[in-house]
Design a protein around this ligand. Structure first.
Ligand code: FAD
Length: 325
């Protein structure tokens, strides 16, 4: 039995979907380890505590609320000091972060302060003989490594969308905590937050991703992807590196080894060959549809549904069909 501390990510005063995924993962880990408690840390400006009940509903036994104007924006130094102090003082078996840009920055800071190991970007959890293990994609997703989560605490991060948030009605217990470091004294400051991908929904949060490749031939032809995304209403548009290198889409839209990891319910690959570096960022999607004029394109090997055809003919027809559905 081990207690789990989980960091709930906030952006612009709101809980992110990844925060609910991280708390759900923390609950799974606590249950696998024999039923420890889950303590979620919720940091933000005054009023952020109002979001605590959502974390309780997703499996937190208590929510540690850290309200301070200095946490209105991500504050890595003060957060790392506070989390490390809390972990050092408590009897925690695990500390859970999201494997997002923020989590990938914060979790190693905390691990370094504690001299603890870090298991990054995990996609699932199992238990054997009382030992909890995490799954991690290796070699661009060709193999899955099973990592024993040892140490006290074991620090880990959870790949966005790998764990589905589960909500259960639950009573809320909150505790106000104070920062171990003065947030305003931090040497690292977020001066501006720029919208990442160009779509209306964040790529990590979108249940449907329409991703375009070099087969679209030009920046303006991404309208075909945007039209299909609009027809779904809950979709984001992504791209391959070939596309972002061409400057047809911003780098923040890039999916793959050197881009974003996405795991939507539906991934539509439009004129994408299926290079291993691209697959590394999307192969965990629940259903993959590929449209490519080359029937031997590698993307068809991992696609659940394949359409061999010209994107300029298939995409308008697909968009019309989705609109009509
Ligand atoms: P292509 O490989 O050129 O494929 C275009 C596809 O479109 C072809 O299959 C073609 O048949 C099809 N097509 C063409 N015209 C049409 C049409 N009219 N209708 C239908 N289909 C058509 N790539 C990533 O995506 N993400 C990464 O993070 C990434 N990281 C990398 C890191 C490293 C270290 C390296 C070396 C490479 C990385 N790459 C990454 C690049 C990767 O190897 C591929 O070059 C890239 O993914 C190819 O992009 P693409 O599929 O758009 O283009």
């Amino acid at each position: 039995m081990a207690n789990v501390l989980v960091f709930a990510e906030v952006r612009s005063g709101d809980l992110r979907k990844v925060a609910l995924e991280a708390v759900t993962a923390a609950r799974q880990i606590a249950d696998l380890s024999g039923g420890g408690n889950v303590h979620a840390v919720l940091a933000g400006a005054a009023g952020i505590g109002a979001k605590a009940d959502v974390l309780a509903q997703h499996g937190a036994d208590s929510v540690l609320v850290l309200e301070h104007a200095g946490f209105a924006q991500y504050n890595p130094e003060a957060l790392a000091a506070t989390l490390a102090q809390r972990l050092g003082a408590g009897s925690y078996g695990f500390a859970v972060f999201s494997a997002t840009a923020q989590g990938r920055d914060l979790s190693p800071r905390v691990a370094a302060k504690l001299g603890a190991g870090l298991a990054p970007d995990l996609t699932g959890f199992t238990v054997e003989g009382g030992q909890v293990f995490g799954q991690h994609f290796n070699m661009n997703g060709k193999t899955i490594a099973t990592l024993a989560l040892t140490g006290s605490p074991a620090i880990l991060s959870v790949r966005p969308a790998a764990v589905q948030p589960v909500a259960n009605a639950k009573p809320l217990a909150t505790e106000a905590i104070t920062s171990a470091a003065d947030p305003s004294a931090s040497r690292v400051k977020v001066v501006e937050l720029k919208q990442g991908n160009t779509g209306k929904i964040d790529l990590n949060d979108a249940p449907v991703v329409v991703a375009g490749g070099r087969g679209l031939k030009a920046a303006e032809n991404f309208k075909l992807c945007e039209d299909l995304a609009d027809a779904f209403g809950n979709a984001a548009v992504g791209a391959t590196r070939a596309v972002t290198d061409e400057g047809w889409r911003p780098h923040s839209d890039q999916i793959g080894q050197t881009g974003r990891n996405v795991s939507p319910n539906l991934y539509i690959a439009v004129g994408i060959s299926g290079a291993i570096q691209h697959l590394a960022g999307m192969r965990t999607a629940k259903t993959i549809v590929a449209i490519n004029k080359d029937k031997d394109a590698p993307i068809f090997k991992i696609a659940d549904y394949g359409i061999v055809g010209d994107v300029f003919e298939v995409m308008p027809a697909l968009t019309a069909a989705v609109k009509a559905a």
